[in-house]
Design a protein around this ligand. Structure first.
Ligand code: SF4
Length: 621
């Protein structure tokens, strides 16, 4: 094997290795203290068998990149995982999950803001918080105890100019640095208190406040002493609410992995000063690695990416990463001091790990149950609609126009019941004139089918519409020789029957499903899982089309939008602007006023009025 013959020639330095499969595809990226030893370990394994057989069976070659230190390897590993998306690595995508607080200490008058992303920008980050409710709780406590400004810089400057503070000062939620009611030292003290409070260092904070209270009492500043006494009481009250889960002063992050088949869940708990101050959960699918490797890959991305996560001195893990990958050394180098990674066997660390494991298991079970219900929904759709395959990948199309102008369409994609936003597409209708829905749909589907060699068609094509829309798409598919399941979904009122009938079911218009070549629509119970999933897909495509149209409208401006209205050519546009004076006047003019413009017929006036009414009332989200 090519790989085995190369192992002895690999360097014994720290760095990153890339296992490659057929056609040079990167299958797995890892870091190591000694590249040679690590790759050898993969080939032989500690017990004489290759590690991760499913991976090693496919590996044909290995590339290595030597780095000056293991810390650099940690950073490079992250970059390469992001770039190559190797199927055997767990990939941490936590950009959406973070919900935290930020203070930029370099500002003159720092304030606390909520953020959804951490950056390495020198600011302090706190959290993550488990929910926005938890975050609001912390913020309201914070404002009560440490009254820092909450206003933006522009508002701050505005009140400074006016020479008076805003209502926050009256409500005792800000010490009003805008009008110099707080000096810089006092304000810095509040900022430092906030930092300790948010880091969970309650005991240190209370000690510090007590010392300051005594100092104030000694110099007979009783007002300040009373303020500090109240602050101590408020901090104590908050701290008491948090359960002690380790020795005071204990600072650790706890990582527990739960898995079943290829599904895995990692639960993280942050313990500061002996109390749990934050928790996060991460889900992974198609996990093929050993638990130790999952943990190592996870820790590398969790602390090694471009986020600025605080690395505590101790990490408790449910599975120990292999020492050969140098994770402990890499994190220690990154933190600039020792970091211990351990799997505790007893005592409060063990209980903490069990708590995290219980949360991980619970989250995994909920996810599996959800997955089970999605499976059931997909099966129901397949069986009730007589589809040829399970509709794992669904594409749904929706067309939208404003009185025949600004015609657009959207495509949304769902895989296993989950939206795949990267595959969403927006279409501007180029050829179909006059906003005819069928023509628009025909144009969009032709464009889609023309790409089918590069982008295979999904398991199920869906359109927002009834029998007519389904027939249009079916004809295109037939024409091009594609045999794909197709489904239309329409509220009963939107049926393309000659005399649509409005029927209500529990106050809601009933939904009907249409299949090509089937004369009767399919009716699923309004509470059926399958129908709920299809409605979710349809609603998402509708939302996406409308938001695209709204963006387009604001980008073009109403004057250019006028050019899109069928039947209103340059001559009529000039006349409208000349006689009514401005675009705004055109937009607001009644049908009578529009008809009074030379060259504008009653039909034009009505089209214009309908167009503007639709544009003004179109949903904004
Ligand atoms: S009192 Fe002044 S500094 Fe405080 S929030 Fe209001 S404007 Fe901002």
């Amino acid at each position: 094997m090519k790989l085995e013959s190369r192992v002895d020639a690999l360097p014994g330095d720290p760095g990153v290795y890339l296992f490659k499969g057929a056609n040079g595809r990167v299958l797995y990226v890892g870091k190591a203290q000694s590249l040679r030893a690590r790759v050898r370990q993969y080939l032989a394994g500690g017990d004489g068998r290759p590690r991760i057989p499913a991976l090693m069976e496919r590996v044909e070659d290995v590339d290595v990149l030597v780095t000056p230190t293991i810390k650099d390897a940690l950073l490079l590993e992250n970059e390469l995982i992001k770039r190559h998306k190797p199927p055997f690595n767990v990939r941490l995508r936590d950009d959406k999950q973070y919900l935290g607080l930020r203070i930029d200490p370099s500002e003159d008058w720092p304030r606390v803001t909520t953020v959804r992303k951490r950056r390495r920008d020198g600011a302090w980050y706190f959290g993550p918080y488990t929910s926005s409710v938890a975050l609001k709780d912390v913020l309201s406590n914070l404002r009560r105890i440490f009254p820092l400004r909450s206003c933006r810089d522009a508002v701050f400057r505005d009140y400074r100019r006016r020479g008076r503070p805003c209502i926050e000062y009256e409500m005792k939620r800000c010490v009003a640095p805008c009008v110099d009611l707080a000096d810089a030292d006092h304000y810095r003290g509040l900022v430092e208190g906030t930092r300790l409070f948010l880091r969970g260092r309650g005991e240190e904070l209370i000690g510090d406040l007590r010392a300051r209270m005594n100092e104030a009492a000694e110099v007979e500043d009783f007002e300040e002493a009373a303020r500090l006494r109240n602050r101590i009481a408020a901090v104590e009250e908050t701290v008491e609410d948090q359960q002690i889960v380790g020795g005071l002063g204990a600072e650790r992050d706890v990582f527990a992995l739960a898995r079943e088949g290829g599904e895995a869940e990692v639960q993280v708990l942050h313990v500061r000063d002996g109390r749990v101050v934050g928790a996060e959960g991460f889900s992974f699918s198609n996990v093929k690695l050993d638990a130790g490797d999952v943990m190592s890959s996870f820790l590398g991305q969790y602390y090694g990416g471009d986020t600025d996560r605080e690395i505590p001195r101790e990490l408790l893990v449910s599975s120990l990463p292999d020492t050969g990958d140098g994770i402990e050394t890499g994190l220690a180098e990154r933190a600039g001091r020792g970091v211990a990674v351990r799997q505790p066997a007893r005592g409060s660390p063990r209980r903490l790990l069990e708590l995290a494991a219980k949360n991980a298991q619970g989250a995994l079970e909920r996810r599996l149950a959800e997955k089970g219900s999605i499976e059931a929904a997909l099966e129901e759709i397949r069986d009730r609609c007589s589809l040829s395959v399970m509709p794992r990948r669904i594409e749904c199309y929706d067309v939208s126009n404003l009185q025949g102008s600004l015609a657009v369409a959207s495509r949304v994609v769902f895989e296993d019941g989950e939206p795949q936003k990267r595959d969403y597409r927006k279409y501007r209708i180029r050829e179909a004139m006059g906003g005819d829905d069928y023509d628009c749909l025909r144009e969009v589907l032709r464009r889609r089918v023309a790409r089918s060699a590069r982008e295979p068609l999904p398991d199920l094509l869906m359109v927002d519409g009834g029998r007519g829309q389904v027939a249009v798409v079916a004809a295109i598919l037939r024409d091009k020789g594609h045999d794909v399941d197709l489904l239309g979904i329409a509220k009963e009122r939107a049926m393309d029957s000659p005399q649509p009938r409005v029927r209500r079911s529990g106050g809601l218009k009933a939904e009907r499903l249409y299949r090509p070549g089937r004369s009767n629509p399919i009716r699923l119970s309004p509470s059926s899982r399958g129908l709920l999933l299809l409605q979710r897909v349809r609603d998402e495509s509708h939302r996406f089309a409308i938001s695209f149209q709204r963006d387009l409208r604001s980008k073009l401006g109403l004057a250019s939008v006028l050019e899109e209205i069928p039947g209103i050519g340059p001559g009529k546009r000039r006349a409208l602007l000349k006689y009514l004076g401005s675009m705004r006047a055109v937009r607001e003019a009644s049908v009578e006023a529009l008809v009074a413009v030379p060259g504008i017929s009653e039909k034009d006036a009505e089209t214009l009025r309908l167009f503007f009414d639709a544009a003004l009332s179109a949903p904004s989200s």
